[in-house]
Structure formats: C-alpha cells, structure tokens
Ligand binder design. Structure first.
Ligand SMILES: [Zn+2]
Length: 197
C-alpha cells in the first residue's frame, strides 16, 4: 500500500492516493502512530493526524506500558511536531493536577438540609480520592471518564440528590471534560499547519 501511495503521489494520481490511504486504514494491524504521522505529512492526509496524536499521547502516558518515542519516531514525526506533542502532554498534566486538587463546587438539591456540611464532605472526599486516581503513575485515566469515576466513588455524608445534581453539572462543564480533547485538537491542527504543503 505504501508503495502504491508513493507512485500515486509521484504522478499526482489523487484517486489512487485515496484508494491506498483507504487500504491502509483497513489494515487489521494498523501502522504505528509515528509512521501514520509520516504518511500524513508525505501524502497530505489530514484526517490521520488526530488519531495518531491520540495514540502517541496514550502510549506515552500509559504508565507501566510506557512506550517512549524513539529517535526514529522523532525523525518520522519531525522535530517541530514532536515539540508540539510534548507541549500538549505538559499542558494535559497541569490540567490533571488542577482537576485533582481543586474540587468543583457541589450543587445542592432541594432535600439538602446542611449545605455547609455537604460541601465540606464533598470537598474532603474529592481531595482524598481524586489525586490517587488521576495522577496514578501506573494507569492513565482520561478526564472524559470523570463522570463515570465519580459515579463509583462513595461521597459519604453528601446526599445522593446533591451528588447526582453535581455530576450533571460536571458533565456539562466544557472546561473540565473537553479541555483535554481541545488540547489534542489544537495540537493536531498545529501539526497540520506544519505538514501541509
Ligand atoms: Zn448538598
């Protein structure tokens, strides 16, 4: 497939390029992300960038299953794009630290009789549990799965209705849930700016 891409690109056969790219996408054993970024750059396949960036970020951050980018990977990706990915990783780490250490405001339902106790307990459980979950060196938890994680945590002495209401608000909070996504989107866009001819 890669050689078809090469020949098609050389002769500017757009349809053959599309065919070869489609074939590569259907491979059961997909190309490694650094190779996919290389294809994106060489054959101008923009829609391959974001998933490849996703995979690189997950591999790097998967704790024990860590797979650091090799010198060959960096050569394929290009130094400028690599710098963007490293920067995105740093920003994501800062985001995860602040989410773990700064509890969002609890929302009180009508049944909540002691707002202050409710709030104190919500914050106490958050500060006690979230850092070990979000900052664990052994596993990588996406902020997008925050509502599911919170659902499983017992917030003792926080009325169930307050917890439910708060989770609803958190799910709608673009700033927490979508921040991670938007960092990846922006790095993919910036990489495309570097790659496009
Ligand atoms: Zn409450």
């Amino acid at each position: 497939m890669l050689s078809v891409l090469h020949v098609s690109h050389f002769f500017q056969f757009d349809q053959s390029i599309q065919w070869a790219v489609g074939g590569l996408e259907r491979l059961t054993e997909p190309l490694p992300p650094s190779k996919r970024l290389w294809v994106s750059r060489k054959y101008q396949v923009q829609h391959w960038i974001l998933p490849a960036v996703d995979d690189i970020i997950e591999h790097i951050e998967e704790g024990k299953k860590i797979r650091l980018l090799t010198r060959d990977d960096i050569h394929l990706i290009g130094v400028d794009a690599y710098a963007l990915i490293v920067n995105a990783l740093e920003r994501m780490q800062v985001l995860r630290i602040s989410v773990s250490l700064v509890p969002p405001k609890v929302q009180h339902a009508g049944v909540c009789q002691h707002n202050q106790t409710c709030r104190e307990n919500w914050e106490r459980v958050w500060i006690t549990r979230m850092p070990s979950i979000l900052l664990s060196p052994n596993s990588y938890t996406f902020l997008a799965s925050l509502p599911v994680i919170l659902q499983r945590i017992a917030f003792s002495h926080v009325p169930a209705a307050c917890k439910a209401l708060t989770l609803e608000v958190i799910e709608q909070l673009d700033s927490i849930i979508l921040a991670e996504r938007s960092i990846k989107d922006s790095v993919a866009t910036s990489i495309w700016d570097i790659y496009k001819h």
